[in-house]
Design a protein around this ligand. Structure first.
Ligand code: ADP
Ligand code: GLC
Length: 523
């Protein structure tokens, strides 16, 4: 496969810009093909931004069952990819590689493997993780390196994302010595709450040499096989998805047991803020929303709000603030303070014309979905709960709501607050991770700012922020400038793509040094 022929890029770099790189970008989900969260958004939009800077980027991802190559008119690569089933055995599995083009001239390559990916669900089905996830993603990680190896064009960087592709740097170091020594690996940490941590029995699935079974190179403090930990030790450069998160994960409180490993790599760890793809997320271009609008013509937002209230079965009330949430409903997302805060606030309003309306789109833990449904039952004219996943509704909410709630306990970066600002929907956020890096608090008088920030992770602090925002909303002369300054915030990928480029060069610079003397084993 000659990547240079497959991947057409538009080189817009100034003459002084660094040389063009060839990058394999590996991710378990990629918009618009597969998505459970923000990783999918980043896995499409960052490669696009890198391609715009002149780099050759090939995205590599699994072909899940819901993706039909024929219906999607994917191109079948002539040569199948041969992936060693287990590193030790030489038995190889032949996998078909399919290819799609996304905007910006980036190619997405899909790995087809019936055994591991020909089933419903990405990581599990109906609340239950697949039992063979260790084997599935060990195989996928090995395929990432094979893909990089079997391309005609010399790949310079393998960029892995989260635990699903985390074994790729480990495999590269141990099984491709002498062959891929010049290839640098970069690992991006999107969420340390998910580490690919498995019982020791999963060791076999990795296919790694026996000595890994007893070293802390693969095992974490609890003695579990931990894909992410291993990648933290092996990747040349590590990035976290916001500067604040890069610091937080080196503390015991937010390091999920990996803080020491991360501290040990502090010199190679850099926080780079995620960007937004404003060709998809923005009120002037959005293909899902009833009415498009812009900073000069904010009336369109009112119409989107009315449509939203109507669609979600709430009374149409232009002057009552509509608060919303679009989220995975997990422990991370702050529902343990949000639900009691809403209960308390809603109980305090005399009738449905007071206070606010609340709209939620989400999917996740039973405990939270039940509480939210109870709330909607008790306040049917104020609370609307939409369980499940809907891209269309997510866009309609961004455009129609007045405020977006993101009271996360921790948030590596967060994309919904970034999108919300572009729609003039003011985010109410807990000051953590990327939320702290992206939202400027409006203070008490609301003269400046792009949202509302609370610092203590408590119900009371959240209530105070919601009340402050609702109060300010009543005065449109104050609210409008806030909407405008939020809409003017720019989180496009341009700056962050340059920072990733720098991370790649840093990783490559390490390859110029003589190869590390490590005990290596060959498959
Ligand atoms: P995380 O990756 O932790 O879930 P982010 O804020 O980075 O959080 O990204 C969430 C992404 O998933 C956003 O694109 C958001 O619009 C989308 N999303 C979350 N829940 C839903 C849902 N129920 N339906 C549609 N989109 C959703
Ligand atoms: C993760 C994080 C989220 C981040 C996203 C994309 O899922 O929870 O904060 O925005 O990855 O990097």
């Amino acid at each position: 496969m000659d990547l240079s022929k497959l991947v057409k890029t538009t080189d817009t770099r100034p003459d002084s810009a660094p040389r063009k790189l060839s990058i394999v970008f590996a991710s378990s989900e990629v918009v618009p093909f597969s998505k459970t969260g923000g990783l999918a958004d980043v896995a499409a939009s960052l490669p696009k931004a890198l391609a715009k800077r002149g780099h050759n980027v090939a995205i590599f991802t699994p072909l899940y069952k819901h993706l039909d190559p024929e219906a999607m008119r994917l191109a079948r690569r002539l040569r199948p990819l041969e992936v060693p089933r287990r590193a030790k055995s030489q038995a190889k599995v032949e996998c078909t590689i399919w290819e799609a083009r996304i905007e910006g001239g980036v190619s997405v390559f899909f790995l087809e493997n019936e055994e591991f990916f020909g089933r419903d669900g990405l990581y599990g089905y109906e609340d239950k993780n697949f039992e063979d996830n260790a084997e599935r993603f060990a195989f996928f990680s090995r395929a990432v390196v094979e893909f990089a190896r079997q391309l005609n064009l010399p790949v310079e960087v393998i960029h892995c994302n989260d635990w699903h592709t985390a074994l790729a740097p480990v495999y590269k170091d141990y099984y491709y010595e002498g062959e891929l020594d010049q290839v640098a690996t970069v690992l991006t940490l999107h969420n340390l709450a998910y580490q690919g941590s498995f019982d020791k029995a999963a060791f076999k699935a990795t296919g790694l040499p026996k000595r890994f079974e007893s070293t802390d190179e693969l095992l974490d403090e609890e003695g579990k096989v931990n894909f992410l930990k291993s990648a933290i030790l092996h990747a040349d450069v590590i990035t976290a998805v916001s500067p604040t998160y890069a610091k937080e994960i080196q503390t015991e409180d937010k390091g999920f047991g990996l803080h020491d490993a991360l501290k040990g790599r502090a010199g190679d760890l850099v926080g780079i803020l995620n960007g937004a793809d404003y060709s998809i997320w923005g009120p002037t271009v959005d293909r899902y929303i009833p009415v498009r609008y812009n900073i000069e013509e904010l009336n369109g937002k009112r119409r989107n709000k009315a449509e939203l209230q109507h669609e979600f079965g709430l009374p149409i009330r232009p002057t009552l603030p509509t608060l919303a949430m679009i989220s995975r409903l997990t422990e991370q997302k702050g529902l343990d303070i949000l639900i009691p805060a809403l209960e308390e606030l809603l109980a305090g309003f005399e009738d449905e014309q007071q206070g606010f309306q609340f709209v939620v789109l989400g999917d996740g833990n039973n405990e939270y979905t039940k509480s939210l449904e109870r709330l909607a039952k008790r306040y049917p004219r104020r609370v609307a709960v939409n369980l499940g996943y809907s891209e269309e509704k997510a866009h309609k909410i961004q455009a129609g709501a007045d405020m977006l709630l993101i009271p996360s306990r921790f948030e590596p970066c967060g994309l919904t607050q970034i999108y919300a600002m572009r729609y003039g929907t003011l985010p109410i956020v807990h000051a953590t991770g990327g939320l702290a890096d992206t939202v400027i608090d409006a203070g008490k008088d609301g003269e400046t700012g792009s949202g509302f920030v609370f610092h203590e992770y408590t119900k009371e602090a959240l209530i105070e922020a919601i009340s402050r925002a609702s109060q300010m909303y009543r005065n449109y002369r104050r609210w409008r400038p806030l909407m405008v300054s939020a809409m003017r915030e720019d989180f496009s990928w341009a700056t962050s793509a340059i920072q990733y480029e720098e991370a790649y060069y840093r990783a490559l610079a390490k390859k110029e040094k003589p190869a590390k003397k490590t005990k290596k084993a060959k498959a």
